[in-house]
Ligand binder design. Structure first.
Ligand SMILES: NC(=O)c1ccc[n+]([C@@H]2O[C@H](COP(=O)([O-])OP(=O)(O)OC[C@H]3O[C@@H](n4cnc5c(N)ncnc54)[C@H](O)[C@@H]3O)[C@@H](O)[C@H]2O)c1
Length: 374
């Protein structure tokens, strides 16, 4: 192991610049950014110049980056469909891997990643940063302290009234594997399974709708991001669902309703950066995170009571915090785990269950049948 971890990045686009480069910059005491790869060379060059060591290397072929034996860990930050191939190759090359969410586009691909991890003995984690958000950590603590009792119903929501991501390849089915379900529903489901600490699905039934995506209006945010204005994209290229709903029955009898949309005619205008929201109902109490804080509903002195816990705080993501330098827990945890100081927080086994469920919802939608798990 090097004195400082040597880290390489594969994919230097939106999430690399918004989350991982600034996040790893905060780990400079322990890790250095030595290699950058992107199919678009200028993106890798720009990243190397801004974040890399003086001798940072630039590649357009990820295999060349992986051939550098001095690199300890890599970040896989490319479109969904390529996660499995690149992650497996990285693990086989002896690197620890942080791969962006979702783990993979299909259950079969995610399984290959688990196998590659087990064979290599290296670490593999997935970029589910919502778990670190203060509101969700408060929710976890509330649940673990027993305020909900036995959780038997949950809603996992990531709903945008209008908010098709019109940059990158998000609407290209061949590169992403699907639309809002695999892109943002994946966060809501991961969060819900994590809060319930339940990774044993029995069956799912689901439907993916293609109703509003192929209209210019679908990208309307009421926001001013230049790259998200309706005229910046061609709605005819839209190939994925715009709303997906799924019901997941767990082996212990609990039910999760999952809903994810990029365009849906609903009153709430959640905006492009609407968070993953959860509602959890248990035998003693319930909670939701819809207002950005934990609202616990319970019974006190025989009366229905509502307790608000914690205050709204910015998320622990460098890119989304208005320039303030919060600690990026995702990167701190990954670095500490690679250094052998702690266990990973988001395990690939947990992320595998998320991908297995999402894949099954798409399958259920195609076949009009529920999908049972073994
Ligand atoms: N955690 C989150 O909240 C979050 C948010 C956005 C995106 N993501 C995930 O991050 C991944 C990338 O999304 P993005 O928004 O950064 O997309 P993007 O299109 O902005 O960036 C992807 C980059 O990867 C490059 N690339 C594609 N294939 C490559 C290959 N084989 N080798 C090297 N480079 C390659 C592209 O040229 C592009 O620059 C996706 O899986 C997405 O789901 C996660």
């Amino acid at each position: 192991m090097n004195a400082k971890l040597k880290v390489g990045f594969i994919g230097c686009g939106g999430i690399a610049n918004g989350k991982h480069f600034p996040g790893m910059e905060q780990q400079s005491e322990y890790a250095e950014m030595v290699a950058f790869c992107d199919l678009i060379r200028e993106r890798a060059e720009r990243a190397a110049a801004k974040y890399g060591t003086a001798d940072a290397k630039v590649y357009t072929d990820y295999r060349e980056l992986l051939a550098d034996k001095s690199i300890d860990a890599v970040f896989v930050l490319t479109p969904n469909v390529s996660h499995a191939e690149i992650t497996c190759a990285a693990l086989e090359a002896g690197k620890h891997v942080l791969c962006e969410k979702p783990m993979a586009a299909t259950e079969a691909d995610a399984r290959k990643m688990l196998e590659a991890r087990d064979k290599s003995g290296k670490l593999l984690t997935i970029g589910y940063q919502y778990r670190h958000f203060p509101v969700n950590q408060v929710a976890k603590r509330t649940i673990d302290d027993g305020w909900l009792g036995d959780i038997y119903y949950a809603e996992a929501l990531y709903l945008r009234r209008r908010g098709v991501p019109t940059w990158g390849v998000f609407t290209d089915k061949s590169k992403q594997g699907g639309g809002p379900l695999i892109d943002i529903g994946t966060h809501a489901l991961d969060l819900t399974l994590f809060l319930m600490n339940n990774y044993e699905p029995l069956y799912v039934v689901g439907t993916a709708f293609e109703k509003l995506g192929r209209t210019l209006d679908a990208a309307h945010q009421g926001q001013t991001r230049r790259d998200m204005t309706p005229d910046a994209w061609d709605p005819d290229t839209y190939e994925v669902e715009d709303l997906a709903v799924g019901q997941i029955k767990m082996k212990n009898g609990a039910v999760i309703d999952l809903k994810a949309s990029w365009a849906l005619n609903m009153a709430e205008d959640a905006g492009a950066f609407a968070d993953a929201k959860v509602k959890l109902c248990g035998t003693k109490g319930g909670l939701d995170t819809h207002t950005g804080v934990v609202r616990l509903n319970h019974v006190v002195a025989g009366q229905l009571a509502m307790t608000t816990i914690g205050k709204r705080v910015e998320a622990y993501i460098p890119g989304f915090t208005g320039g303030k330098p919060p600690v990026s827990l995702e990167h701190q945890i990954f670095v500490e785990a690679v250094l052998g100081k702690r266990d990973l927080f988001v395990t690939a086994d947990q992320a595998y269950v998320v991908t297995k469920i999402l894949d099954a919802i798409y399958q259920s939608s195609r076949t009009n049948k529920p999908v049972y798990f073994d």
